[in-house]
Design a protein around this ligand. Structure first.
Ligand SMILES: [Zn+2]
Length: 296
């Protein structure tokens, strides 16, 4: 049996050699999130039509109906395409673990991707993503609207044109676009050039953010799938000993938290790592992986 690799008295389920297949999965599946998240932002932008811009100018802020619309669209995305991508990532990773367990143990363990633990994870994680996606939006847009008003913008048309590119960006990104806009306006750049440059810059930030969200979310789901599959295998008695997990810090420049997690070595599967996480990711853009083994 080729896969019955043992090292220092343990049977390896996954280790550093499996990173390539998780990477490949995350890369291949990213468009299933980047596309819908960009579509979400496009729809949220469309909600800022001239009529809405008039209300924005009049109120000097964001009308409740616009916030509601943005929130509804975010719900649809998170409980729709996003949940689909999570579910698939969990299933694929969980099935891969089951294949390994069965090869090692010559058993018929079948990963159940619809168990309550996974439903709970999706519910909790989805709620957090919605909060994340909506929290910054209000602050950023409000600040930008104030900035436009300070600059004397009273035309709904210009207001819409100026704030639309910011929809979907984080506070920091939105502020960066605001500063970029301010510099160009000070320099007296013509309106059409300003619009092209701002749109281009914002689009660059949108692309990066969409990619960051996609990679992080798919990686989260993948690692939840692995973890839950090993847990299930253990609970159902398919493993010949106690499973342990090992954090594998990834990327060119892993952060201190992730290195500390790696430094913790193999730990019992139910235990959190020093950062408090049960599995990667520990933060956006975290490229870490997980090794699982069974102590004999
Ligand atoms: Zn990491």
């Amino acid at each position: 049996m080729l896969v019955t690799e043992t090292k220092a008295g343990r049977i390896v389920i996954t280790d550093i050699r499996d990173i390539a297949s998780s990477r490949q999965y995350i890369n291949k599946e990213s468009p299933s999130v980047t596309k819908p998240v960009k579509k979400l932002w496009a729809k949220q932008r469309e909600a800022v039509d001239i009529e809405m811009a008039e209300k924005i100018v009049k109120a000097g802020g964001i009308p409740q109906e616009l916030l509601d619309r943005w929130r509804d669209l975010t719900f649809l995305f998170v409980w729709g395409e996003m949940t689909e991508a999570w579910t698939k990532g969990i299933r694929v990773a969980g099935d891969r673990i089951a294949t390994k367990v069965n090869r090692i143990q010559r058993k018929q363990f079948d990963f159940n991707s619809t168990m309550q633990r996974i439903k709970d994870w999706i519910d909790h994680h989805g709620g957090r993503l919605i909060a994340n996606l909506t929290a910054g939006q209000y602050t950023t847009m409000y600040a930008l609207i104030q900035q436009q008003i300070t600059w004397g913008v009273t035309s709904p048309y210009i207001m819409a044109q100026r704030i639309k590119p910011i929809v979907g960006l984080t506070v920091r990104e939105g502020m960066a676009v605001g500063r970029f806009m301010a510099t160009m306006i000070e320099e007296g750049v013509p309106a059409n050039v300003l619009k092209t440059q701002v749109d281009r810059y914002a689009q660059y930030l949108h692309n990066n953010r969409a990619m960051r969200i996609a990679r992080t979310e798919i990686s989260d789901a993948y690692h939840q799938g692995q973890l839950n599959s090993v847990l299930q295998a253990r609970d159902e008695g398919w493993l010949s000993g106690d499973p342990e997990k090992e954090w594998i810090a990834g990327g060119d420049n892993p952060c201190e938290d992730c290195l500390e997690n790696e430094g913790a070595g193999p730990i019992p599967i139910d235990q959190p790592f020093p950062s408090g996480h049960a599995a990667p990711t520990a933060h956006p853009n975290c490229k870490c992986d997980m090794g699982y083994s069974v102590r004999r």
